[in-house]
Structures are given as C-alpha cells and as structure tokens.
Design a protein around this ligand. Structure first.
Ligand SMILES: [Zn+2]
Length: 418
C-alpha cells in the first residue's frame, strides 16, 4: 500500500514530463523505441507488420492470454500478426506489430457499440492461461507497458479491457442471439487484486453491449468474474461452475461451452465415450454427441492419431482423459519415452507426470520390439497403419506409415488404436 501511494504521487507530477520526453524522443526517432525505457523490449516484428494499415483511433488496450508456453505462443502470434506485444514468462516483451498499425487480436468483437475492436485498440498477448496466475516479472512488465501506452494514447484505466470482455459470437445452435462469452481469454485481468498490482484502479462496471440489448450473456460464470463487485458472488459462481474449464461434455457443458467458436473446426476432436473419434467438421447432428465425450482442441487437422499433451490440453490426466484416465487403454508417453498404461499408475504417480507427457485415449500398448519379436509379430498387418504408433527409445514417436519395418530399434514400444 505504501509503495502504491508513493508511486501515485510520482505519477501525478513526473508523468507529464516523462510523457513529453517519450513523445519527443518517439517523434525524433520516428519509431517505437520510445517505449523501451525501463522495459526489456525487443523487436520481433511479424512478417505481416508492413502490410498492416495504420490505425486511426486508439481508445482501448486489450489484454489476452496465449493459452500456451513461451516459444509456441511467440511463433503463433508472430506468424499471424496477432498482437502488438507478447509478454514472455520472464517479463521480456517482444514487439510484433508496430503500435501505430492494426494487429488482428480481437476477432469478432464489440465494445460499447463499437465493432471490430482491432481498429480501435492495442493488443497485448501475455504468455499464460486465462485461469492461472501470471509470473511476478510479467506483472511488472505489463504494468509498465500498459502505463506507457495509457500515457501515449490517453487511455483511462476502465478502458484497459480483456479479450473476454470484447469478444462476441454470432447466433449458433446453442444461442439464438448474438452473445457475449465467445472467449475466456485474458479473464484474469479483470480480477481486482491483479488490477491493483498492475496499477489499474478502475475496471468496467458492467457490459455495455449486454445492458443495451445488443448481446446476451452466454457464459454467466465469465460475466460474474468480469463484473461482480461482491467477492462472495465470485466465490459462489466458482463453486457453481467448478470444473467448468475441463473438457468433458455434460448436461451443463455443451460442445460450444468447451470449444467456443472452434466447436465445428477440423482441429477440434471429440472422443466419444466408446472411444470413437470425430472432428468438429465431421459432425452433422450435434444432439448425438453424448455426455462424457471429451473435447481436444488445437489438434492437427489430418488423419493422424489424436494426441493430447499435459500442460497444453489440460493440466491433469483427468482433465484430458476424463473418467478414462486410469484405464488400461489410456496410454501415457513421458517426454523421455517411458510408456505407461493408465491402470499401472498410482495416484501419486499421476500427479508427478511431467508437462509434455503425451496422452492417448483408446489405445493398447501391445509390447516391445526385440531382436526376436518384430512389429508384425506384435500387431500383424496393423503395423503399417497411420494410427499405429512407435515410441522409440529416447521418446521420439513415429507412425506406422513413417517407420521402416526392418529398421525399428529394439526397445521400441508399439501402440495400436483399440
Ligand atoms: Zn485473446
């Protein structure tokens, strides 16, 4: 508290001077380097940067979470020009799109009647997850970056928004009207405690587009988290929606609720309770997707087997495999190549599986290739199938189509779709 009082005074009197210096320097250099002061910030411009038009207005700053780890997040955001800045786990900030240009970060979006928020905002991608704490170094970096941008563009605290606040969806099978709740992205940046640490005193008190009847609420839990002022309301909502972030379809959690606007995408895979897999784009009749179906997001759109990864698709075995997590037909492949059936692991061992452990639901571990036992001996003609997997000693995984029959090293474990 003492510190924030001091910095408030400092802000009050120092900032007009600082802002003038920053603006002058920026004008002199004609570039973005004015923002470098006190921030570890480096240029990692997207190849799309120079194609993006110059933005005419800047009324908002929108915070996102990448839902992934450092390098994959950075690659994805650079490739698509999906934000102006990326804040890494260690607080390093990368500049992806010039702050003067348009970054495509908000997608289908609306705030206070203004649509296409990209044309009116700066977008910051924070490496992390919408429902997990960010690092202390990220907090420091974001506070400073946002403060400088607020000064430059005269953006008040209650216009520092989250992607989940501004994203909306058009009507679909589950919602007869345009709705808020298409994304939970960045929702933690609505928490008053975190905002306090970021030196953001005000947040929006309500959703202006819902209030005006332009949109309806599709995710009451999200709405509570974003706008409730009573801490009790948030606790009640959390208890009510406990586990609402896991990936199993239930009476209260539809395919839309889990996958949002990706529900019908080829990269969203549905693993039915009977082990059958369907991609979102293959499903015609959504009423026939039963409860207990697991939803895996961001799967490569091909006919390759469906992997899920601890730390990426879920944080615990049951978040990924649902009730099947301890079944003999749920297979865990550690990054070092050790392979376990779900039925072989104790509850303690489940909690100790490292990030990056790959999880296969509906697979059988049929054995190990040795000098006397070939892949053909283990699984017959299926040894060539694209869905048959070989875990080589050391952890690399190859499919039946990629492997040469007589070149399979001893100790390779063979997994067959069941
Ligand atoms: Zn986002």
């Amino acid at each position: 508290m003492d510190g924030s009082r001091g910095s408030f005074v400092a802000r009050r009197y120092m900032l007009p001077v600082l802002a003038w210096m920053v603006l002058t320097l920026g004008a002199l250099l004609g570039s973005d380097t004015a923002l470098a002061a006190e921030l570890r910030i480096s240029n990692r411009y997207s190849p799309l940067n120079s194609e993006r038009p110059v933005r005419k207005q800047t009324e908002y700053i929108v915070l996102h979470t990448t839902e992934g780890s450092d390098q994959p997040s950075l690659r994805r955001v650079r490739r698509g020009g999906l934000a102006h800045y990326v804040v890494m786990r260690d607080g390093q900030v990368h500049r992806i799109i010039s702050r003067r240009r348009v970054a495509k970060h908000a997608g289908l979006s609306m705030w206070d009647g203004t649509t296409n928020v990209d044309l009116h905002s700066i977008g910051i991608e924070v490496v992390g997850y919408h429902n997990r704490p960010i690092t202390g170094r990220q907090e420091i970096a974001i506070a400073e970056l946002v403060r400088q941008l607020q000064e430059l563009y005269d953006v008040p605290d209650d216009r520092v928004l989250t992607h989940s606040m501004v994203a909306y969806g058009n009507r679909n099978r589950w919602h007869r009207r345009a709705h808020r709740g298409r994304k939970r992205c960045g929702m933690l940046f609505a928490q008053s405690e975190l905002r306090g640490r970021l030196d953001l005193e005000a947040r929006p008190a309500f959703d202006p587009d819902v209030r005006a009847g332009r949109l309806v609420v599709a995710d009451p839990y999200l709405a509570t988290l974003l706008y409730a002022t009573e801490p009790e309301a948030v606790i009640v909502a959390e208890a009510q929606f406990e586990g609402s972030d896991n990936n199993v379809i239930t009476k209260d959690r539809s395919a839309w609720f889990i996958a949002r606007d990706e529900y019908a995408s080829a990269s969203t895979v549905y693993v039915l309770p009977n082990g059958q897999r369907k991609r979102g784009n293959e499903i015609r009749d959504w009423s026939r997707i039963p409860r207990g179906t697991r939803v895996l997001m961001d799967q490569e759109a091909s006919d390759k087997p469906v992997w899920a990864e601890l730390g990426k698709d879920g944080f615990t075995p049951s978040e990924i495999a649902g009730e099947a997590y301890a079944q003999p037909t749920t297979i865990y492949v550690r990054p070092d190549g050790r392979v376990h059936r779900g039925s072989e692991l104790t509850s303690l061992q489940f909690t100790r599986l490292p990030r990056g452990t790959r999880v296969l639901v509906g697979y059988r571990l049929v054995g190990e290739v040795t000098s006397r036992r070939t892949a053909y001996d283990l699984c017959g003609a299926a040894f060539r199938n694209d869905t048959t997997l070989y875990v080589l000693p050391g952890g690399k995984v190859r499919s039946g189509r990629e492997i040469r029959e007589n070149r399979i090293p001893g100790g390779t474990r063979v997994l067959v779709a069941s």
